[in-house]
Design a protein. Structure first.
Ligand code: FMN
Ligand code: SF4
Ligand code: FES
Lengths: 197, 483
């Protein structure tokens, strides 16, 4: 597996400031205020909601969140860039997250990485041209009993073999959960076509 | 004697996540009992049980709670469900199988510590688990176990789930607190400890999911039962994870009397090695605790004392908070074992370890940030077939110069990096040396010529470490390549 490489998750998108979040999302973010003694603590919920609405956290969204939480925009950017979950430019409809930590690697994760790279023509933290997939390689996903494992959006796929991987990539419902969801961290509306199953 | 499962007793039952199934098996009775006691009595009970934290450090929970200042109006309780230590998944199994056990335990811990708000900090990648636990929290609110005047006790506590966004260091208790406050997860300098000044600058307790999951059982089954499980310094039921080259990877419950060998080979646990291979190495407590030699090594002769410097099979190590230290391990950690088979290359294992810590270091402390990245580079070089015997000494020296133990860092991450990396290099030195000796004599120089020589910090490397180890390295190697 490669060493350090520049990743495209944090670069500023070509569309400048990008779209903003809706009033409904702002209202939802405000609904978190009573849970914490400071407004700033709503940062992670707010970023999750913004990313759910827009598919990424745009510069406009960062400014809006800064305003809601009464912080300078740099404080929001500071947090966005620290955590691996947030994207600052559009990602694909489905985010593939492959574990590379010890158990999964011993059980063949690197072969899956090669296959994903070859099938989709993208490397770590890149997005396919058609906007369908983004690929992330992450550390242990706490599913080592089912390694090697691959998450597609919220769905954890266990004991993934190369054949299973092909099925997952072809299955339009590969991110469908077979259990009820909580919409607590969801945006009330979505700008993009993506939706939860 | 067959061991009766406690923490996993509902696992696999149909609908085990629902409050009805939980209550039908005696769930929330521990809480009812706790509410009849005073918080001080409850702390005393947990102190007597010597319930040691399950999150990694093994600190006694009752003692931690008693550090809270006596006159306080607000207390926060943070339940640590960040679970990012490879290869640990026991908290996940608890959430998947029995979420109400965690909620009940959290409420009991909250009552003992007079908590006003409890936050369950879950790693961002726990998606299915978030939905499961949120549903259980909603059920607990509806049943009157959370909110105002809980079960008529006059005590009120709110519980909120807080989702992280992908960072190992947010599992460190003050990193968790910073993250909860809406900042990057940079651990804080201690003191002040969270009990005095934690979340939102108020007294705060951070406990692991499994730690609080033990509480209902201490209350319902009593202190005598608790003390009958496991050795005196490691009381109570414990979850053990096993993954890697075994037949039955999974999360298993047992007292802290099982050995690593049983965990791997017993049909009740790991079910033996895959494809009948031998075991080369095991990280028994999560990566950060260090590595044990497997049964590819000869058995220690009967009567000879344990000596971690000798190349013997170490699988008889007992998985408790103390015995494990005899093998030069940092502690029990998360009690999650990953098994490396005889077919795996130890150089790959080293690179995987080094990469993890280099990736997860938050970057505040120089020794941790630079040290983990440096070790990763050296490990990559060894893996690429351009290592030198001297690199093994170099890695060893680096591990001794980072972390909280020599007082060089804010949090324990670099100690957790130093242990597996140092023990790997020390315990598997012969294998590393064999690989290096099999290289072409000029391999290292050629490799350095190919890449940027400045990447290797040559002057420091040549100086202190060389003197410290008696010198398997000669500066001559570099003269031609630095131009
Ligand atoms: C780098 C680092 C990562 C940690 N990650 C976790 C974690 O994911 N979960 C956890 O419970 N404790 C973790 N800990 C330990 C916590 O700091 C803390 O000791 C623990 O949550 C306390 O709970 P306990 O006393 O109930 O074990 C981590 C510590 C360090 C230094
Ligand atoms: S020791 Fe490492 S992870 Fe911990 S605070 Fe310092 S730089 Fe960050
Ligand atoms: S090592 Fe891959 S999920 Fe833990």
């Amino acid at each position: 597996m490669g060493g350090w490489q520049a990743i495209d998750r944090k670069t500023v998108p070509a569309n400048g400031m990008g779209p903003g979040i809706s009033d409904a999302s702002k209202e939802k973010i405000r609904s978190f205020f009573p849970r914490y003694p400071s407004k700033r603590a709503v940062m992670l919920p707010a970023l999750h909601i913004a990313q759910d609405e827009l598919g990424y956290v745009s510069l406009t969204a960062m400014r809006q969140i800064a305003e809601l939480l009464e912080l300078p925009p740099a404080a929001v950017m500071d947090v966005v860039t620290f955590y691996t979950a947030f994207w600052t430019h559009p990602k694909g409809e489905k985010q593939l997250m492959l574990c590379r930590s010890l158990t999964c690697e011993l059980l063949g994760a690197d072969k899956l990485r090669e296959r994903i790279e070859q099938k989709l023509g993208i490397k770590d933290h890149q997005t396919t041209k058609d906007g369908k997939f983004s690929f992330m390689i992450e550390e242990c996903l706490a599913a080592c009993d089912h390694g090697p494992c691959l998450m597609v959006n919220e769905k954890m796929h266990k004991c993934v073999t190369p054949e299973k991987l092909d099925q997952i990539l072809n299955d339009p419902h590969s991110d469908r959960l077979d259990q009820p969801r909580s919409d607590l961290y969801d945006a009330p509306v979505h700008n993009r076509q993506h939706h939860h199953h | 004697m067959a061991y009766e499962k406690v923490l996993l007793k509902n696992a696999g039952k149909p609908n085990s996540r629902s409050i009805d199934v939980y209550r039908s098996g005696g769930g929330y009775e521990g809480l009812e009992r706790a509410l009849k006691m005073s918080p001080a009595e409850l702390i005393e009970l947990v102190k007597q049980a010597n319930l040691r934290g399950r999150g990694g450090a093994g600190f006694p929970a009752g003692m931690k709670w008693s550090f809270l200042p006596p006159n306080r109006e607000v207390t926060y309780l943070c339940i640590n469900a960040d679970e990012s230590e490879p290869p640990t998944f026991s908290n996940r199994v608890l959430i998947d199988e029995d979420p109400h056990q965690i909620i009940e335990g959290t409420i009991i811990a909250g009552y003992a510590t007079k908590t006003t708000v409890a936050y369950i900090y879950m790693r961002g990648e726990y998606c299915e688990q978030f939905h499961t636990l949120q549903k259980a929290v909603d059920e607990a609110y509806a049943a009157g176990y959370l909110g105002k005047n809980i079960r008529g006790s006059g005590w009120s506590m709110e519980m909120y789930l807080h989702r992280g966004a992908g960072a190992y260091v947010c599992g460190e208790e003050t990193g968790l607190i910073e993250s909860l406050e809406g900042k990057r997860g940079w651990p804080r300098i201690k003191p002040p400890f969270p009990a005095v000044e934690g979340a939102f600058r108020k007294p705060t307790v951070v406990n692991n999911v499994e730690t609080v999951a033990c509480l209902p059982h201490i209350l319902t089954r009593g202190l005598d039962w608790w003390k009958s499980v496991g050795p005196a310094h490691s009381l109570g039921p414990k979850l053990f994870c096993i993954s890697g080259a075994v037949n039955k990877p999974g999360c298993y419950e047992a007292p802290c009397t099982i050995t690593v060998r049983e965990l791997i080979y017993s049909p009740e646990f790991g079910g033996g090695m895959r494809n009948g291979k031998k075991c080369k190495a095991v990280f028994p407590g999560g990566l950060s605790m260090g590595v044990l030699r497997g049964d590819t090594f000869p058995k220690r002769p009967a009567g000879e004392a344990i000596d971690h410097r000798k190349d013997y099979d170490e699988l008889d190590c007992i998985m408790d908070f103390e015995d494990i230290k005899k093998y030069d391990l940092l502690g029990l950690g998360t009690a999650a074992a990953v098994v490396v088979s005889e077919d795996d290359d130890i150089r790959d294992v080293l690179v995987n370890n080094c990469r993890f810590y280099a990736h997860e270091s938050c970057g505040q402390c120089t020794q941790c940030r630079e040290g983990t990245a440096w070790m990763y580079k050296v490990a990559k070089r060894i893996q690429a077939g351009a290592g030198r015997i001297y690199d093994l000494d170099l890695i060893e020296e680096m591990t001794l110069n980072m972390g909280m133990m020599p007082g060089m860092s804010i949090c324990g991450l670099p100690d957790g990096a130093a242990w597996p990396i140092r023990t790997l290099v020390q315990k598997f030195r012969k294998e590393f040396e064999a690989h290096i000796r099999a290289q072409k004599p000029q391999a290292a120089q050629e490799f350095i010529k190919r890449v940027n020589p400045a990447a290797y910090d040559l002057p420091i490397l040549q100086g202190r470490a060389n003197a410290a180890t008696g010198g398997t390295f000669s500066f001559d190697h570099y003269v031609g390549t630095q131009k």
